[in-house]
Write a protein that binds this ligand. Structure first.
Ligand code: URA
Length: 204
């Protein structure tokens, strides 16, 4: 598990870690996904954002947060004065999990086993980057980093601590904003998320 010394990657740097993750078969999600979508950003980043898993666009591009949720996330970061390029962006689960509906690939939620298995890679990334702050974007990231006691709706906006490592700021996943954008309260939800990103930036 992630708490154990990661002997397999003990001497690896971030690029070597990425190369090893490209051939990961630790769980079954590699079978249907196009490729591993590893984290991206400077190895000296002060903040690491952790999403859920790559989406359809990310799966093809091989990069995190380049689809619709990523574009909305970019705009929110910009409004909060956070430079995306200065942050490290990664996911709790590094392969796209989906169900086929005809030609479409519909996002499927990673299960607890998949999240726990992939937490091994997240732990290795965090061990190398050693950020000052981690931001958990949504329930999957929060579960991966802190376990089942976190409730995003209750705990969002607060700073929690794991047994080791830097504080973890809890917030929602930007894809949840996509679903409310056209609703009356949607813009308020976006503003609340931007305010949370400003809170993150004030810690840096
Ligand atoms: N949603 C995520 O959680 N991660 C991505 O990389 C893209 C969308």
């Amino acid at each position: 598990g992630p708490a154990l010394v990661q002997e397999e990657v003990a001497g690896a740097n971030l690029d070597e870690l990425r190369a090893k993750a490209a051939s990961c078969t630790r769980c079954d999600l590699y079978r249907d996904a196009t490729q591993t979508v590893f984290g991206e950003g400077p190895k000296t980043a002060e903040v690491v954002f952790v999403g859920e898993q790559p989406g359809d666009k990310e799966d093809f591009a091989g990069r995190p947060f380049v689809g619709p949720a990523g574009k909305l996330f970019d705009r929110c970061l910009e409004q909060a004065g956070i430079e995306r390029d200065e942050c490290y962006l990664t996911n709790a689960v590094k392969h796209f999990k989906f169900e086929r509906r005809g030609k479409r690939r519909i996002h499927a939620k990673p299960n607890k086993g998949e999240i726990k298995i992939c937490a091994w890679w997240l732990a290795a990334e965090l061990r190398l980057i050693r950020p000052r702050l981690i931001v958990a974007l949504g329930a999957t990231a929060a579960y991966s980093l802190l376990g089942p006691q976190v409730k995003v709706t209750r705990d969002r906006g607060s700073m929690l601590r794991a047994a080791i490592g830097p504080p973890v700021f809890i917030t929602i996943h930007p894809s949840s904003l996509l679903r409310v954008l056209d609703q009356p309260m949607g813009q308020l939800e976006v503003e609340r998320f931007v305010d949370e990103m400003k809170c993150v930036s004030s810690f840096l």
